[in-house]
Design a protein around this ligand. Structure first.
Ligand code: FMN
Length: 179
């Protein structure tokens, strides 16, 4: 069975990124994916300390926290869904800390340590309108960390304060179903 990992960056009860993510996951399940969900705010994720041990030894990060369970799933998955709210014009802090901990997924020559071709899906939510020009570059930068590890971006959804959430959820469901 194919596997989708979802790392959700908002745990607000009314989170729109969470709503869209759940629709994406529903579609992916119908397409035959099993799903493992991580909620970034509920995980113990320490910051990268820049020790360089991973690149020197060709291993996952040595810090023993909840990223270890995630790394195990990452090496074994076919698709990765990331969601994040925009806080102060950036991807929210816990998801940045999470992203920093992917340094270990590159070899010293910058080739990827990931053996599988992983499909990447991303959902970003912001209070600003969907077309606000300043933010796509922020999300592209964030996605870039993951595509630099050999992942292929197959879905990138920006949810703005003016977005039609029903339509967004329908798009997310369709994207999950065609994963
Ligand atoms: C601390 C904080 C900072 C925020 N900063 C921004 C911002 O700079 N730009 C923006 O468009 N929205 C900003 N927002 C609004 C959120 O991005 C927006 O409410 C988003 O929909 C939250 O996602 P969620 O519903 O998935 O939790 C901020 C919200 C909070 C709580």
């Amino acid at each position: 069975m194919k596997k989708l990992i979802a790392v959700l960056g908002s745990s607000r009860p009314d989170s729109v990124s969470m709503k869209a993510a759940m629709e994406f996951i529903r579609g992916a399940k119908e397409a035959g994916y099993e799903t493992v969900i991580f909620k970034a705010n509920e995980m113990d994720i320490k910051g990268c300390v820049g020790c360089g041990s991973c690149r020197k030894n060709g291993t996952d990060c040595v810090i023993q926290d909840d990223m270890q369970k995630y790394y195990k799933e990452l090496h074994d998955c076919d698709a990765l869904l990331l969601t994040a709210p925009n806080y102060y014009s950036q991807v929210a802090g816990p998801m940045i800390t999470f992203m920093n901990r992917h340094y270990c997924m590159s070899n010293p020559d910058k080739t990827t340590r990931l053996e599988k071709n992983i499909k990447l899906a991303a959902i970003y939510s912001q209070g600003a309108p969907e077309s606000f020009p300043k933010y796509p570059a922020v999300y592209d930068w964030y996605n870039g960390t993951f595509t630099s590890k050999g992942m292929t971006l197959c879905y990138n959804q920006i949810i703005g304060g003016d977005s039609d959430i029903e339509k967004v959820c329908q798009n997310a469901y369709n994207a999950g179903k065609s994963l």
